[in-house]
Design a protein around this ligand. Structure first.
Ligand code: ATP
Length: 606
């Protein structure tokens, strides 16, 4: 009925639009020089069939003021001629019906190519109502990218790997493998992995174009009220850019995302049950996407210290786009968003909705900040922060940061195999194999703990780092390290600084102790000088045998708790109830034990 009313008043609509005098939009301040999100809006031309059916345009790029779309709706009133309701939206660069896909590519997408080439994540996603021109735009852009990746303008040797897939509801299908289903998983770094999707290496523009063509054959389409060849899934082309000369660097990844179009409730009235379900699933995933956009837009509105909730885990689509929305993400990414709108006055409701979200994303463009350095989360460390950690935390003598991590970030070092990590450590003067292993374990525990606790609780790892690096006296005791030595470059021999809580290795002289006895671990935690509990110490001396008693009685002795192996490999337990008296002469070295709250065991650290 509304459609009929609008078609009847098409002339009046156009007449009123001609008289429209736009009010300038308030200035938004300085432009952002290097935004993480760039938003642009494309108004497609009115199609021949739309013109033929009497439709007229209602969405316009404002002339003389860039970045603004004016939208005009004719309002139905009880009496008198219908008035015009005009609204305006500031939605990034606006590409009107006369602008071609090349110009969008040049302004919006081309700047992302060198970024991805250097090992970062770039994403383009197009969204908008069904029939608004998303597939048309993304297809055109994909072809231009296929040309640019091989025309020699990007410097350096790279290997390119491509997967193209679609998401329907929460299922994923490989469009380069006859729509075979596969899983979308999250790895220990929180990165999304496509488990089971085929990757194809491409070495030329025709190679890549052939894959794009092949994927189009398998994409699920159907006719909607607004588009005869509507895509009923979200299609994603993922191009991984690998630098073969620097294996430790992250691969760059380009995601090109053509979202399924949303349909209004009234447009799905005649759908079958299956199509209704499919439309509902599309609308749910788009609605979660919108919630994520809203969360992102509110992210840095931090009058309150509480971070807005961004529900990116609620749909497969937003899980794939996690790097765009996860505020704690650790991979640098830049995102271009193309909001697509149809110009027709019959679509103003959906168009307004698209423009509103584009406006929200524009505000996010100003606010998105890097998740930044977190001392408890190794995957957020850049090379300088990582080197600093290695220097301070790798033990004595310290591992050389320039040998272990000449250029790597924290995340890249975590990707090294343990044998690579340890063999690099061993290239530093004086570093033993045990020290290298202990440092590797320590670094990984910090990482695992930081991932386990990413929900916001202060992690053990973070506490440990605070304990070791920052002043937090109440939390010092998660390691046997002496806090007083923090930051000291020269440390006296351990025998000159024996203190309660110190862990030592020592030589046990009793031949009567079986190899399985905890004492054979030869580790003990110093409690106090023996004099404090002479009776109990004497009892132990009896247990140690006459020879040991003679030796220990000659020197200074300490009452110590024994340390035995835990149930997990390389873990230890302190047995406070099983004590031993150890002579300083029998002590071999200080050993650093660190407590891991998650396993409730101690580990040897450095
Ligand atoms: N800029 C444009 N110039 C000319 N024709 C266009 C333009 N954009 C879109 N079209 C045409 O409009 C129709 C709908 O476009 P398209 O299929 O890209 O929409 P869509 O947003 O991907 O729709 P859906 O969400 O339903 O898949 C197509 O026939 C397409 O060729």
């Amino acid at each position: 009925m509304m459609e009929e009313f609008l078609l009847q008043h098409a002339d009046r609509h156009q007449h009123l639009i001609r008289q429209f005098k736009p009010k300038p939009r308030p200035n938004e301040g300085d432009p952002v020089t290097s935004p993480k999100i760039t938003v642009a809006t494309r108004i497609r031309p009115l199609l021949d069939e739309e013109t033929a059916s009497g439709q007229v345009p209602a969405a316009f790029a404002r002339v003389g003021e860039s970045g603004v779309v004016d939208l005009h709706e004719l309002r139905r009133v009880v009496r008198g001629p219908p008035p015009l309701n005009s609204s305006s939206f500031r939605v990034g660069e606006v590409f009107g019906p006369d602008r071609n896909t090349e110009s969008i590519y040049e302004d919006l997408v081309q700047p992302l190519l060198p970024w991805v080439w250097e090992g970062h994540i770039g994403t383009l996603f197009a969204y908008g109502q069904t029939g608004s021109g998303k597939t048309y735009s993304v297809n055109g852009i994909e072809r231009l990218i296929a040309g640019a990746l091989f025309d020699g303008t990007l410097e350096g040797q790279r290997r390119l790997h491509v997967s193209i897939f679609e998401l329907a509801g929460n299922s994923a299908f490989d469009l380069l493998n006859t729509r075979a289903p596969f899983s979308i998983l999250e790895d220990s770094f929180g990165n999304t992995q496509l488990a089971g999707a085929k990757e194809h290496e491409v070495t030329s523009t025709p190679d890549l174009l052939a894959l794009i063509e092949e994927s189009a054959l398998f994409r699920q389409t159907a006719s909607t009220e607004k588009n005869d060849g509507s895509s009923r899934t979200h299609a994603i082309c993922r191009i991984r850019v690998q630098n073969p000369t620097q294996n430790t660097l992250d691969d760059g990844v380009f995601y090109l995302v053509d979202l399924a179009g949303s349909e209004a409730a009234r447009d799905i009235f005649n759908h079958s049950a299956d199509r209704m379900k499919e439309t509902r699933e599309i609308n749910i995933s788009l609605s979660i996407l919108k919630d994520c956009i809203r969360g992102l837009a509110n992210m840095d509105n931090s009058k309150s210290s509480k971070k807005p909730y961004i529900p990116f885990r609620q749909s497969t689509l937003t899980k794939v786009l996690k790097h765009v929305f996860d505020p704690s993400g650790n991979h640098e990414c830049r995102t271009a968003v193309l909001a697509c709108i149809g110009p027709s006055f019959l679509d103003t409701g959906a168009t307004k909705n698209t423009l509103r979200y584009a406006e929200m994303l524009r505000s996010a463009e100003m606010k998105v900040v890097s998740s930044g350095y977190n001392p408890g989360v190794p995957s957020t460390w850049n090379n300088k922060e990582l080197r600093n950690y290695i220097k301070i935390q790798s033990g004595n003598p310290s591992v050389s940061p320039s040998v272990l991590a000449p250029s790597e970030t924290g995340e890249q070092l975590l990707r090294l195999s343990s044998s690579q990590f340890i063999s690099r450590c061993l290239r530093s003067d004086g570093v033993s194999s045990d020290q290298a292993k202990a440092f590797h374990a320590k670094f990984w525990r910090l990482h695992i703990d930081s991932q386990r606790n990413s929900s916001g609780k202060t992690s053990t790892a973070k506490k440990n780092v605070q304990t070791l690096c920052k002043d937090s006296p109440s939390e010092r005791y998660s390691s046997s390290r002496d806090p007083a030595l923090e930051g000291k470059t020269t440390v006296p021999d351990f025998k000159e600084r024996i203190r309660p809580g110190m862990v030592i290795s020592w030589t046990c002289h009793s031949p009567s102790i079986s190899p399985s006895d905890p004492l054979k671990q030869n580790l003990a935690l110093v409690l106090c000088p023996q004099i404090a509990d002479a009776a109990q110490a004497q009892a132990f001396l009896g247990f140690l045998g006459d020879k040991a008693r003679q030796v220990s009685q000659r020197g200074q002795r300490y009452l110590c708790a024994t340390v035995s192996s835990g149930a997990l490999a390389d873990t230890y337990e302190v047995n406070m109830w099983r004590q031993v008296v150890v002579d300083v002469k029998d002590m071999e070295a200080e050993v650093l034990l660190e407590y891991d709250a998650a396993t409730r065991y101690h580990h040897i650290t450095v």
